[in-house]
Design a protein around this ligand. Sequence first.
Ligand SMILES: Cc1ncc(COP(=O)(O)O)c(C=O)c1O
Length: 380
Amino acid sequence: MIKFAQPKIGKSTLTKIDKIFKTGHFVHGDFTKIFEKDLAKFFDLKNKQILTTASCTASLHLYYLCIGLKKNDEVIMSAQTHVATAHAVEICGAKPVFVDCELETGNIKIDDIERKINSKTVCICVTHFLGKPTDMNKINKIAKKYKLKVVEDTALSIGSKIENKFSGTFGDAGAFSFHPVKIITTGEGGAIIIKNRNIFQKLKSIKSFGYDIASPQDRKIPGNYNINYLGLNYRMSEMESAIGIDELKIINNKISVRKKNYHLLLSKIDKCKNFKILNTKSDKKYKSSYYALTIILKENNFLKRNKIIQILKQKNIQTSIYYPHPVPLLNYYRKKYKSKKEKFRNACKIAYNSISFPIGPHISRKNILYMSKKINELIG
Ligand SMILES: Cc1ncc(COP(=O)(O)O)c(C=O)c1O
């Protein structure tokens, strides 16, 4: 089976994990500190304000808790994102306000943002779709005009850049995912970059119950702590951090292989007439992290799309869908906000007619040639 993703753990990581088993330091150990330092170095963060978390969802939730997001507040976001982008807002009692996406890239339609802004709007949350960054200069301009905060959901796009600056470093916060299908993994896990020093300190405490001294090693009297905030347990474990340290070392290589795979597959299917290819590749201004190669079938027929996915699976090709419904049309949101599909035409086209193909480092040239042959036969 050609899998959509296939994370690998090397010897160096196994040695680290072995050490964790021997020392018994499963949390609050050195590996998490090292991983956070390495991440700060990777992103070239002078203020070193990046923290590991339990997941990208946790990162987003923590940020909104820190800024006091509450009932009647609104956060603008793309309809074509993972449900986590919206859930993190909804769980704080606030309202996600959805904007359609561009058909060409799947990124939020920036021109539609301003008309959704009102006195309740607190934040714009941008999802960098499938590796291709959104134009953050335009987003930050809008945010500045209306004094809004900006969050970058960079779950799919770690390592992507806009004019040589990393996505996730443009907004007030940038959230990352290290779930196993992502560019790099820690098993489960996430991270968050935070611009504001006070919010950074607060988030550090809140991800660990709201402790006054987050790490037990730093406490003068073992077991003695106080609580300054209402917090949760959203920490990354030592085993996850150990995996992350080694994954981060090879991130650039992983993205290069993804790019090579993307272009090889593209070159074998770009003459096909029955689908368009989502533009998630690099250009002069944007460097993509090449999450997947996504095709959008021209015929609007999601049953046919689903059938094709099933046939591909029978032919040992595992694909994915990003994402299966626009978030406002998922049952929970559709019922609550009475969302109408006519408002999200592009998101619907992508959700109901697209198929994403794997291009990760586990994919060989032979795999690409096989996939392209089947794509040509089935839907060329
Ligand atoms: C855009 C986006 N945001 C957030 C998430 C959630 O990430 P995590 O599983 O790390 O919570 C995902 C997961 O795929 C995602 O695609």
